[in-house]
Design a protein around this ligand. Structure first.
Ligand SMILES: [Zn+2]
Length: 347
């Protein structure tokens, strides 16, 4: 492959095809990790792309269209708190202000790119014109336990769930933990915990569907053992591959939050960030199905709860994803593990 780093910081290898002007078949993932992350999230997909290109080169296969293997820059988002950076860059989906975002040391994204040898002034040259990417493929570790539990090495991804992120601020009134009678309190934490329990109940009402909701962050003010909590802020991450169902659950959650607030004499404010779920193309899934059958692999079809660069590429071309099993479903953790040998020998 001929190799370059573009001005978004993406590392791109290109294997020429018979038709060098044809739309590119792009295979990609990312090499960056979480601070407490593992070694396989993203990296497995980049190496799989390189392996595919190598296998073609070794067997003298010249593909019909050019194949590009991409290691996308900053997928994980931990440094500048806005990820999928390199993939959003090449499809022209960066937003105003991204260069001015700073990391925890005050270094701007612009400075970090310049230090790395990229020129943000030349971004336009690194954007792929409409129609120039024919399809996008990504292999990724599952980051969940389903394949490991089912003892299946590989899964075919049907779609990527779109998360809805809500930040809920619950406001009550603080007071001394010893003197304010129970029925005169406006306890924000009491209301918030009731809401959290209800969120769980709402997303579990239809058994067998892939709806998931997580409250992963909670802040309590004044956060003191002998003061009634005055203010609580918590996050909701709601995901589903079915947008209608997700919207139905979102409405139920919003109504429930109002009802609980009224019952506990509290005020609530909500802020949201909304992503739509995307589908993997049926024709690519069919190809993976047929190839798997020929390899005697029994591949479950499953949705992806986590986000991937494939979400961004779905805006400009058809996408396909393959999941590989990871041990105990552990990811974003140093214990993350996936094994090529194990995948093949325990079919
Ligand atoms: Zn990843």
């Amino acid at each position: 492959m001929s190799v370059k780093i573009d001005d978004f910081g993406n590392l791109i290898g290109r294997l020429e095809g018979k038709n060098s002007d044809g739309p590119v078949l792009m295979i990609g993932s990312h090499l960056d990790s979480q601070p407490y992350g593992g070694r396989f999230d993203g990296t497995a997909g980049v190496l799989a792309g390189v392996e595919a290109a190598m296998a073609m080169a070794e067997q003298g296969i010249i593909p019909e269209v050019p194949v590009e293997v991409v290691a996308f820059c900053d997928e994980e988002s931990w440094r500048f708190k806005k990820g999928l950076f390199g993939s959003r860059g090449i499809v022209g989906k960066l937003e105003p202000g991204e260069l001015e975002r700073t990391d925890k040391d005050g270094i701007t994204r612009k400075q970090a790119l310049l230090d790395f040898g990229c020129d943000p002034g030349k971004w336009e040259e690194s954007v792929y014109p409409p129609g120039s990417i024919g399809a996008y493929l990504e292999l990724h570790i599952e980051q969940g336990p389903i394949l490991d539990v089912q003892k299946k090495p590989v899964g075919i991804v049907t779609g990527i769930a779109g998360p809805l992120w809500l930040t809920v601020k619950v406001k009550g009134f603080s007071g001394h933990a010893g003197s304010v009678p129970m029925d005169m309190r406006k306890d924000a934490l009491l209301g918030a915990t009731e809401m959290i329990g209800e969120i769980n109940r709402i997303v579990k009402q239809e058994p067998g569907v892939p709806s998931v909701a997580t409250v992963g962050s909670l802040r309590v003010f004044p956060d003191s053992p002998n003061a009634i909590p005055e203010e609580v802020e918590f996050t909701i991450d709601l995901r589903d591959t079915d947008l209608n169902r997700r919207e139905r659950y979102e409405q139920q959650i919003r109504t429930m939050i109002v009802q609980v607030s009224v019952r506990h004499n509290l005020n609530t404010i909500q802020e949201e960030t909304n992503f739509k779920p995307v589908d993997c193309a049926e024709w690519i899934r069919q190809m993976i199905r047929e190839e798997s059958r020929q390899m005697n692999l029994d591949c479950p079809e499953m949705m992806s709860g986590p986000f991937h660069d494939a979400v961004t590429l779905s805006h400009v071309c058809d996408i396909g994803m393959i999941f590989v099993r990871c041990k105990d479903g552990i990811s974003h953790n140093p214990a993350e593990f996936a094994s090529y040998d194990e995948s093949i020998t325990t079919i």
